[in-house]
Design a protein around this ligand. Structure first.
Ligand code: NAD
Ligand SMILES: O=C(O)C1=N[C@H](C(=O)O)CCC1
Length: 262
């Protein structure tokens, strides 16, 4: 049995993940962590009334000996300290939280090596998003003019989304450097052309009713290609999280991207 802690369990992703861990017979939920929780045990929440799982609100309370994997769906401002805490205690972090800086990721990679502990940071656990990023990288070799539109629910804290940023990074690895659009273009309304990542534009939409969606648009001479993926429900991320929790114990470094575990 893999002993799992869910960080951010009171949130949208944390709730779905907690249920997934409880239902998976290969996993044992040994604790849940959320500084904003008011409960001491998960059974104080109606939907978990038959369970007996401690709720932690501080990292100092966590039984680190009883935890193999730390699943993190928290917030951009807390994920770095959480991941560091997990690695320092030789717990494998499986991180879905977005918003880590490149410097933070590099530091976490170093700690993982020092502690010979595996971990994963995945900007998106949905297979449709993983495939979209791979297809987009392939297409960009032939169609270097590209713009990204990501669409999310209106409670999202970070923009652009981790997935859009990762898509742009993957495209930048293969795309011929170029300035897109008219070099003379001027925005009459600031931000109209979106954010700029190495000459590629990223547009962030936030609307109620949406979950997580992305389109990558390519333009060529007299033709265009659009690649789109949709997560209509947070359940779409769960099979990716399950695979990561099962496989991460076999590694002793920090991996970036679910595709490296599939
Ligand atoms: N990688 C993916 O596939 C994927 C999918 C969905 C969401 N996400 C990311 O997951 C994160 C969470 O999304 P959400 O919609 O569930 O957010 P949410 O706001 O619903 O939940 C976040 C939870 O984290 C808790 N929290 C805050 N600080 C904490 C800390 N220091 N330690 C533990 N818990 C803490 C909050 O109390 C809250 O309950 C976001 O960064 C989002 O972008 C990633
Ligand atoms: O709901 C969110 O927030 C999501 N964030 C990730 C991102 O930033 O790419 C993945 C999809 C859901």
């Amino acid at each position: 049995m893999i002993k799992v802690l869910v960080a951010g369990f009171k949130g949208r992703m944390g709730n779905t993940t907690t249920k997934m861990v409880i239902q998976n017979t290969d996993f044992e939920l040994t604790g849940v962590y959320d500084p904003n929780a008011t409960e001491k045990n998960i059974n104080e929440i109606l939907e978990f009334k038959n369970m007996d799982i401690p709720v932690y609100t501080k990292t100092s309370e966590i039984n680190t000996e009883n935890t193999d994997v730390w699943i993190d769906f928290t917030s951009p401002s807390s994920v770095y300290e959480n991941a560091k805490f997990a690695l320092m205690n030789k717990i494998s972090p499986v991180i879905g939280t977005t918003g880590l800086t490149s410097e933070q990721v590099d530091n976490l990679k170093k700690i993982a090596i020092e502690k010979t502990t595996g971990g994963l940071i995945a900007p998106n656990f949905g297979i449709s998003a993983v495939l979209l990023m791979q297809f987009a990288q392939h297409a960009a070799k032939y169609l270097p003019d590209v713009e990204i539109i990501e669409m999310h629910h209106d409670n999202k804290l970070d923009a652009p989304s981790g997935t859009a940023l990762n898509t742009a990074k993957m495209i930048a690895e293969v795309r011929k450097q170029k300035i897109q659009g008219n070099p003379e273009e001027k925005e009459s309304l600031l931000g109209a052309r979106g954010a700029d990542y190495e000459g590629m534009r990223i547009h962030s939409v936030r609307l109620p009713g949406y979950v997580a969606h992305e389109q990558v648009l390519f333009g060529g001479k007299g033709e265009a290609l659009t690649i789109r993926q949709d997560s209509f429900d947070r359940i779409s991320f769960m099979s990716g999280v399950e695979v990561a929790v099962k496989k991460i114990g076999a590694y002793n470094e920090l991996l970036i991207g679910l595709e490296n575990l599939l």
